[in-house]
Structures are given as structure tokens and as C-alpha cells.
Design a protein around this ligand. Structure first.
Ligand code: NDP
Ligand code: 8X3
Length: 248
């Protein structure tokens, strides 16, 4: 019987690429996001891999609980949970910050991860693996990153504390903290401003979502006694959050 991987934010970017990679590694999938049509296209692409689609906003605790409670029996045991859903919203000094953006980041990146984990954990057991997608932003401060950095620092500390709490249950917990990955991330951060988004990657070869997915696939397919706990992954052109080598 195939193992089940439950991936949040699988409609785009890193989550989508992880779904593809884990399907190749012979997992069956529960894929989640708000954009059902994207998830349906993904499921069609992955056929004949069994894929179950759940659509909910990770910030809505009632919706998270109802979706996870309604999982069909054949997807009822979760072997791997990838807490990936999240985004940055805005990039401005704290004194000019938009409170709605702050709410979106803290509610999505932090509380969403908690809600999904709380709902999924009763379905996990010995040998399970949780991968939380943090960011270099959770390890280093950068100008105007304030609340996004704080949300990802929270993901780092939650990962470390979850690892302790879940030790008696035999559930491994890891953080993957990427630097620059070209996805829809910057379009979301800059609210659809494609020029600003493109500038983030100007003169740089960023990571592709597939590069991060490769790493995640490697981590969750190690033997049961191995727990890769925390990995920072940069493109070769990046040395720190705000230190990037750009070609003219
Ligand atoms: P994308 O914008 O391409 O993907 C984000 C995914 O998260 C989408 O599938 C989106 O689905 C889902 N999502 C976002 N908010 C919610 C929500 N409130 N409820 C449900 N689903 C949600 O960005 P990435 O793939 O780059 O981002 C994935 C993760 O990687 C995020 O946690 C991000 O912070 C992190 N990261 C990204 C980096 C980068 O440079 N790209 C670097 C470091 C970390 P939908 O809109 O359909 O709901
Ligand atoms: C995304 C990477 O550097 O834009 O988490 O914060 S960064």
C-alpha cells in the first residue's frame, strides 16, 4: 500500500513541485489550497497516482478541521505532512506596515501551520514525518522583512518544539528554509505587480521550485532512523538573505 503525503499549498510553486516529486517517489497524495481548478489540473497530471483534493483557507480553523475530518478512509492515515502553504504580503518598514498584510502572514504562515498540524496529527503515528517550510527570512533579519521574518522565525521555533513534543510518538519533524525560489511568491508579495516581482530575480539564477522539492523528497525518503532536522537551501548566487550576486 502506498504511503500518504498531505501537502498544503499544492496549487503553486514549492508545494506543487513537491506533489510531483512525491508522486514519483510512489506516495499517494492529499493536496490542498484555495484554488480548486489548479489542484484538479495537478491531479489529472499525476494520474494514475491516487490524489485527494481538499480546498480550504489555512487561516479558517473550522474549515481546516472539517476538511481533515472528512478525509476518506483510504487517505485517512497521514505518513508525511508538508506544511508549505504561506506567503509574504508586502515589503515595507514597520511604521508603514499594512495591518491586513500582517494578519495574513501571521494567520497563514503561523496559525495555519498550527491548525493543519493539530488536525492532522491524530492521523499520524510511528515513522511519520512533518516538514515545515520556513525561510531564510526566519533565520536572518532583512530590511522591511519585519512581520514575514517574524512569521518564519515562528515556524523555525515551532519546528524545533514540535520535534521535542512528537519524539515519544516517533514522528520526525524538520524545517526546510529556502532562500530565493522563483514561484508566484513575489507576485503575491507585491500584489500582482509583475515588474517588481521580476526585479527580485533580475540578474540572478534563483532556485526552481523543483530544486526544493528534490530536497524534501530526499528528506522524507530516508530510512526511519534518520531525521534530517533543518536545512537552509540557497541558489548558488545567494550567500545570505540580502547578499546576492547579480550579473549585469
Ligand atoms: P506560491 O505563491 O507559488 O505558493 C503558495 C502556496 O500556498 C499556494 O499553493 C497557495 O494556494 C498556498 N496558500 C497561500 N496562502 C494560503 C492560505 N491562506 N490558505 C491556503 N493555502 C494558501 O509561493 P511558494 O511556493 O514560493 O511558497 C511556498 C512556501 O515557501 C511559503 O510558505 C513561502 O513562505 C515559502 N518560501 C518561499 C520562498 C521563495 O523565494 N519563493 C523562499 C522561502 C520560503 P492558494 O492560493 O491556491 O490557496
Ligand atoms: C522567501 C525568501 O528572502 O524573500 O521566504 O524572504 S525572502
Amino acid at each position: 500500500m502506498k504511503k500518504t503525503a498531505f501537502i498544503t499549498g499544492a496549487s503553486s510553486g514549492i508545494g506543487r513541485a513537491t506533489a510531483v516529486a512525491l508522486a514519483k517517489a510512489d506516495f499517494q497524495l492529499v493536496v490542498t489550497g484555495r484554488r480548486r481548478e489548479r489542484l484538479e489540473a495537478l491531479a489529472a497530471e499525476l494520474a494514475p497516482t491516487p490524489v485527494h483534493i481538499l480546498t480550504f483557507d489555512v487561516r479558517d480553523r473550522t474549515a481546516v478541521d472539517a476538511a481533515v475530518a472528512g478525509l476518506p478512509a483510504e487517505f485517512g492515515h497521514v505518513d508525511v505532512l508538508i506544511n508549505n502553504a504561506g506567503n509574504a504580503h508586502g515589503l515595507s518598514p514597520i511604521q508603514e506596515g499594512d495591518v491586513a498584510d500582517w494578519d495574513a502572514m501571521m494567520d497563514g504562515n503561523v496559525k495555519g501551520l498550527l491548525y493543519v498540524s493539530r488536525a492532522a496529527l491524530p492521523r499520524m503515528g510511528e515513522g511519520g514525518f512533518i516538514v515545515n517550510i520556513g525561510s531564510i527570512a526566519g533565520h536572518e533579519a532583512y530590511a522591511n522583512g519585519n512581520v514575514y521574518c517574524a512569521s518564519k522565525a515562528a515556524v523555525n521555533m515551532l519546528t524545533r518544539t514540535m520535534r521535542i513534543d512528537l519524539l515519544p510518538k516517533g514522528i520526525r519533524v524538520a524545517e526546510v528554509a529556502p532562500g530565493m525560489v522563483e514561484t508566484e511568491f513575489s507576485e503575491v508579495r507585491f500584489k500582482g505587480d509583475e515588474e517588481k516581482a521580476a526585479n527580485v530575480y533580475k540578474g540572478v539564477q534563483p532556485l526552481r521550485a523543483e530544486d526544493v522539492a528534490d530536497l524534501i523528497q530526499f528528506m522524507v525518503t530516508r530510512p526511519p532512523h534518520v531525521q534530517i532536522a533543518e536545512v537552509i537551501i540557497f541558489p548558488a548566487a545567494q550567500a545570505a538573505a540580502a547578499t546576492v550576486r547579480r550579473q549585469q
